[in-house]
Write a protein of this length. Structure first.
Length: 192
């Protein structure tokens, strides 16, 4: 008895492994100032303790690892946003105008926005840690792979705008008469 990989994965019901909007509902990312203060406290506690000890020569490696920790966390979140973006594209392609499919699409867009917010928080923490790394070592932090440029606009944001534009166009088309327009001309030229 042979089954396809897709059937085997579907039978495993792995849907519970993906975050849901309900799990993130009502939660906002921490304020930027709080993130900056937290990273500064972690950095100063760790490196003040290690200064003037036998571990001082390892400060550069630990500092790079700390910055990389936040970089990898942001990259992981961006990967999740990319997968959610693919889901949004699929839901847009399968859109039948029903309330259920529209609700599913809106839920995915909201989830992508929330995950993007958390990625932005990790990027803030990475940038603060990188600034401390430069101050501590005199060298610029460079990731082992990827880039550290925060683009600000991601595929999820673009798709969210596209969804809203498509929804607006559907509503407009629903209220517009279809077919060839007919124009009437002529009639009375004088009114008595």
């Amino acid at each position: 008895m042979s089954t396809s990989l897709a059937a085997a994965l579907a039978a495993m019901e792995l849907g519970h492994l993906e975050p849901r909007v309900e799990e993130l509902g009502g939660m906002a990312p921490p304020p930027t100032e709080a993130l900056e203060q937290t990273v500064t406290a972690i950095w100063s506690d760790l490196f003040t303790t290690m200064g003037n000890t036998s571990l001082e020569r390892d400060i550069e490696d630990l500092g790079w690892g700390l910055v990389n920790l936040f970089h990898r966390a942001a990259a992981k979140k961006h990967g999740l946003v990319d997968r959610l973006t693919d889901d949004i594209r699929l839901l847009l392609a399968e859109q039948d105008g029903s309330e259920i499919s529209t609700a599913n699409l809106e839920e995915k867009i909201e989830l992508a926005k929330r995950v993007e917010e958390s990625a932005g928080s990790f990027e803030v923490m990475r940038d603060v840690a990188a600034a401390h790394y430069i101050r501590e070592t005199g060298k610029s932090w460079v990731p082992s792979s990827g880039n550290r440029i925060s683009l600000g606009v991601t595929a999820g944001i673009v798709d969210g705008h596209a969804f809203l534009r498509a929804r607006r166009e559907r509503a407009l088309n629903a209220n517009t008469a279809q077919g060839t327009p007919v124009v009437f001309a002529g009639g009375r030229l004088t009114f008595a």
